[in-house]
Design a protein around this ligand. Structure first.
Ligand SMILES: NC(=O)c1ccc[n+]([C@@H]2O[C@H](COP(=O)([O-])OP(=O)(O)OC[C@H]3O[C@@H](n4cnc5c(N)ncnc54)[C@H](O)[C@@H]3O)[C@@H](O)[C@H]2O)c1
Length: 261
């Protein structure tokens, strides 16, 4: 039997990148997938291709979550995947000395508020069955400081912590709703495009530099993040809640500057 058969699974930010890979992997495991995104055109094309439904959902907008709750009052799995770096419109200062309050807030509005709203919806939509799985996409950046991306790092740290609060709250409520966070390091998706230089050679060199301290020496693939999400969504993960999963080619296992390395 497929690992996610009979499960209704909502994925945010699923039109491309990691979310797309999760949607494809869930569909391959027999799930009833609902692709959601602000990118309606690409989201609908993907949904059609994998036999999923599409709903427009801006995770920062409360009324969009209300609409989703009306369409899907009962679900089994929610992946709060959508997130932004703050560099989507081009690279602007995001260091703790020079970042503007508006740019700081814009990142938190999507990543922090959006994940809060998602978890709130997810708990209510799983309460009827008394069970389910919420998967929050944090980052390696939620576990270490990132000088050039302070709002992103702080928002991902908030997601890491909120995941544990949600897990404990659900357990306290006697609900079998599990909540876990996933922490990828560099995964090759369109998210990186504004941060890489133009030209194939310069892009390749910049990518090499980004992963030079990664023990496995390469970027990760979206499908490698999707694989852990399949596990967490499935009943195989029935005793896993409040946990965090790093998918980082080993970078958090140690320090590049460690003696004897
Ligand atoms: N790619 C990486 O290296 C990496 C590493 C760690 C964590 N992550 C996290 O993984 C998640 C997915 O990243 P990705 O690399 O696939 O990014 P991506 O930019 O390729 O895709 C993000 C998707 O989210 C959508 N989106 C943006 N704002 C939204 C909003 N307000 N509401 C709903 N959808 C919205 C976009 O339209 C897009 O389809 C993000 O939370 C990101 O922070 C990515």
């Amino acid at each position: 039997m497929a690992r996610l058969e009979h499960k209704t699974c909502i994925i945010t930010g699923a039109a491309r990148g990691i979310g797309e890979a999760i949607a494809r992997a869930f569909a391959a495991e027999g799930a009833q997938v609902v692709v959601t995104d602000i990118d309606v055109t690409t989201g609908k094309i993907l949904a059609n291709a994998i036999g999923a439904k599409f709903i427009e959902l801006d995770i920062a907008k409360e009324d969009h979550w209300d609409n989703l709750a009306e369409a899907y009052p009962n679900i089994d799995v929610l992946v709060n995947n959508a997130g932004i770096t703050g560099f989507e419109g081009g690279v602007v200062p995001h260091d703790p000395e020079n970042a503007s309050l508006a740019d700081w807030r814009a990142v938190h509005r999507v990543n922090t508020d959006g994940t809060f709203l998602g978890c709130r919806y997810g708990i209510k939509a799983m309460r009827g069955a008394g069970a389910g799985s919420i998967i929050n996409m944090s980052s390696r950046s939620g576990m270490v400081g990132i000088p050039a991306a302070s709002a992103y790092a702080a928002s991902k740290a908030a997601i890491r912590n909120h995941t544990k609060t949600v897990a404990l709250y659900c357990a306290q409520q006697g609900l079998n709703i599990r909540c876990n966070s996933v922490h990828p390091a560099a995964i090759m998706t369109p998210m990186w495009d504004p941060m890489l230089p133009p030209g194939e050679k310069a892009r390749e060199q910049a990518m090499q530099a980004l992963v030079k301290d990664t023990p496995l020496g390469r970027f990760g693939e979206p499908s490698e993040v999707a694989a852990i999400c399949v596990l967490l969504a499935s009943d195989e993960a029935s005793y896993i809640t409040g946990a965090e999963f790093t998918i980082d080619g080993g970078i958090l296992a140690g320090s590049a500057a460690a003696p004897g390395s």
